[in-house]
Design a protein around this ligand. Structure first.
Ligand SMILES: Nc1ncnc2c1ncn2[C@@H]1O[C@H](COP(=O)(O)OP(=O)(O)O)[C@@H](O)[C@H]1O
Ligand SMILES: [Mg+2]
Length: 317
């Protein structure tokens, strides 16, 4: 008897070129069955390219990719029956209602119309089931997109940036739907550039940067592995705090809120900096000392900054 493969997805040495552009550079990873796996990276990192190769939509340049034990270059028809896809920027027929849209896609997969209610309930769209697509908010459109991705009761569900551009409340509603997929035992492959989304939802996170996977682990492990330093935040600094900190030998970072962050290796340095700031005649309205979260681990690993604000920052406004 063949041993049941524990992996839903196996990627070995995957490379993708677009002409001279190396979009995905020799990456290897596996996704276990029942796992929520997240690809975390900025725009252009190679997330959609990788995901769409696994979904059999784009051809690969080299490497081996299999899903549910099937090679993506050889078993496209069999694969698409068993996976669900929410593409980046999902769209549908403007004037078709929520229920009609779901029923249409059910028919495409040879399923019964009677399955529509279950899907509508799963994504919590009962009250909107007679609304046309074009009247739905961004969050509702995404939830409909997830229902569409589920019409064939797929074993593996791909969600490419499911919450990008959504307000915090809609984002949380999409998260609830994702968590219910996990509870149903689906394997979920999520891409995102929101740290907190990866941290909250994923069993394992792969950080992808310029077509390479630079770290891959459960989120708690990622933050633990890189917590050999602490972060001091000075809130709403007044005066020349940044200059003073630089003068005593540290590298302050001004974040988007106007706070100063300093990465430190020793707790004694906190006092050194606070003393220097005080003696230098600068002040601040509050401070925070803690170990890094996934966002800071990401920034440290990539040396890059996340281009869009996080949901937390959006909330803070
Ligand atoms: N069809 C394509 N043709 C040419 N270049 C592409 C194509 N799709 C993506 N790219 C490029 O490949 C890189 C990775 O893109 P993508 O996979 O969409 O990244 P992400 O989803 O992480 O934003 C980017 O530089 C992008 O411009
Ligand atoms: Mg993308």
């Amino acid at each position: 008897m063949i041993k049941d493969n524990q992996y839903a997805i196996e990627v070995d040495g995957l490379t993708k070129r677009y002409g001279g552009l190396l979009a995905v550079n020799n990456i290897s990873f596996t996704v276990r069955k029942g796992e929520v796996f997240a690809f975390l990276g900025v725009n252009g990192a190679g997330k959609t390219t990788t995901v769409e190769i696994i979904e059999t939509i784009r051809p690969l340049t080299s490497g081996r990719v299999s899903i549910l034990g099937m090679d993506v270059t050889k078993k496209k028809r069999d694969i698409i029956r068993r996976i669900g896809v929410l593409p980046q920027g999902f769209n549908s027929f403007d004037r078709i209602t929520v229920r009609e849209t779901i029923q249409y896609f059910l028919r495409l997969f040879g399923r019964s119309n009677s399955e529509a209610d279950g899907l509508i309930n799963l994504v919590d769209l009962k009250e909107k089931s007679t609304e046309q697509f074009k009247t739905l908010s961004g969050g509702l459109k995404q939830r409909l997109g997830i229902a569409v991705a589920l019409v064939n009761d797929p074993e593996v569900v791909f969600l490419d940036e499911p919450t990008t551009g959504l307000d915090p409340r809609s984002r949380r509603e999409v998260w609830d739907v994702l968590l219910s997929l996990k509870n149903k035992g689906k394997t979920v492959f999520l891409t995102t550039h929101y740290m907190e989304e990866a941290e909250l939802l994923a069993d394992r996170v792969a950080i992808i940067h310029k077509g390479k996977i630079i770290a891959i682990d459960p989120p708690a492990q990622l933050t633990e592995d890189y917590d050999n330093y602490i972060i001091l935040t000075l809130k709403s600094p007044k005066g020349k705090a940044s200059e003073i900190i630089r003068e005593v030998g540290f590298e302050p970072i001004n974040d988007k809120r106007g706070d100063i962050k300093v990465r430190l290796e020793h707790t004694e340095d906190v006092q050194r900096i606070l003393n220097a700031v005080k003696e230098g005649g600068a002040s601040f309205h509050g401070l925070d000392v803690r170990t890094p979260n996934l966002e800071e681990v990401f920034l440290k690993l990539t040396g890059d900054s996340i281009h869009e604000e996080t949901a937390g920052e959006r909330l803070a406004k």
